[in-house]
Ligand binder design. Structure first.
Ligand code: ADP
Ligand code: MG
Length: 342
């Protein structure tokens, strides 16, 4: 294990921001910390960076406890959400800053800066000031600055969230490419599940200061373990077990029998297939054409359902339809949002 946070706890007064959080990052791995605003993502990242102290638990880098090592001696690269470049330094000076304070020669810095500017596809901006660059360009420079010193870990705190959608998409691809080519172990905070799916080898999903589920993007997308994770990953449909029992009892086969909490069947909109059938017990209430997909809202014996289909469709509003659902496409999720409306 390259980086390991073990049972980290952090309190602000009486408020517990992190409650026994454990995470792991392997060499070369890209891990995303995913969760809603206020769940403790930045707090965890700052603890790893050494910018915030830890109340309990440990922080290990290659087996060594680094929780008492000052931030600047950890050799980590950090990129924050808002543009954090030094405004009174040129782009080249910004990128070279970490090398300069480490006593690297001017000539070596100059050639390294040239290479890094090429890498982030901004070869000609070295003599400009940050204020002369767009938001997306500034974040590229912030990334170049963070990797200039060959950091042992790259920490990214919502680096894309201040950018507009198109820039966000292209910079996302670029971050992935740079991380892959250099193999820097990377931990990125995001509240955007699409971003996490696109970038991460592993997603750590957090809520209220605890880790709810960690796994590959595929695992969290197809097999969420709790209602919170299903909801956060945009699962779309949550079905009461009693309805499943009445309508499609074959789907109950995989429902966990251990534990005494409540479970729901979580079903992604693209996993339900709909066929025109005059004897069908479900009815199409609305059809929305969204370009790459068509979204249907159905009234069914399972409850109200959202269904997404691709390609041409003959279906019309008000029509009776039959549903087909493969048992393997159902994820049974524990109810960790008790009391909140389904
Ligand atoms: P996230 O990055 O997931 O949005 P944060 O880690 O920034 O969440 O914050 C987690 C919780 O801790 C929030 O409720 C926030 O208000 C609280 N918090 C963060 N920093 C401080 C602080 N310095 N003092 C008091 N409360 C804080
Ligand atoms: Mg944050």
């Amino acid at each position: 294990m390259y980086l390991k946070v073990d049972k980290a706890t952090k309190k602000y007064g009486a408020f517990t921001a992190l409650d026994g959080v454990s995470i792991e990052l392997e060499k070369g791995e890209f891990v995303c910390l995913l969760g809603p605003s206020g769940c403790g993502k930045t707090t965890l990242l700052r603890i790893i960076a050494g910018l915030t102290g830890i109340d309990a638990g440990s922080l290990l880098l290659e087996g060594q406890d680094i929780s008492k090592v000052p931030a600047r001696q950890r050799d980590f690269g950090i990129v924050f959400q808002s543009y954090s470049l030094f405004p009174n330094m040129t782009v080249a000076q910004n990128i070279g800053y970490g090398l300069k304070i480490r006593g690297v020669s001017e000539a070596t810095i100059a050639s390294r800066v040239t290479d890094l500017l090429e890498m982030v596809h901004l070869p000609n901006v070295g003599q400009k000031y940050p204020g002369q660059l767009s938001g997306g360009q500034q974040q590229r420079i912030a990334l170049a600055r963070a990797i200039a010193v060959d950091p042992r870990v790259l920490l990214l705190d919502e680096p894309l969230s201040a950018l507009d959608a198109k820039v966000r998409g292209s910079l996302r691809d670029e971050i992935k490419q740079v991380q892959r080519s250099l193999g820097i172990p990377t931990l990125m905070v995001t509240h955007d599940q699409e971003e996490a799916i696109a970038l991460a080898d592993k997603i750590i999903c957090m809520n209220h200061g605890v880790v709810v589920q960690a796994g590959t993007p595929e695992e969290l997308y197809h097999k969420p373990k709790t209602r919170f994770v299903a909801d956060f990953m945009g699962a779309g449909n949550l079905i009461e077990p009693c309805r499943v029992q009445d309508v499609m009892p074959e789907l109950l086969a995989d429902m966990p029998t251990t534990g005494n909490g409540r479970y729901f069947a979580s079903l992604r909109p693209e996993k339900i297939s709909v066929k025109s059938d005059q004897q069908g017990t479900s009815t199409i209430r609305s059809i929305s054409f969204l370009g790459n997909l068509t979204r249907l809202k159905l009234e069914s014996p399972l409850g109200d359902l959202v269904v997404e289909t691709h390609g041409e469709s003959e279906l019309t509003e008000g029509q009776a339809v039959a549903l087909e659902i493969a048992p393997s496409s159902v994820a049974w999720v524990a109810d960790d949002m008790e009391g909140e409306a389904v």
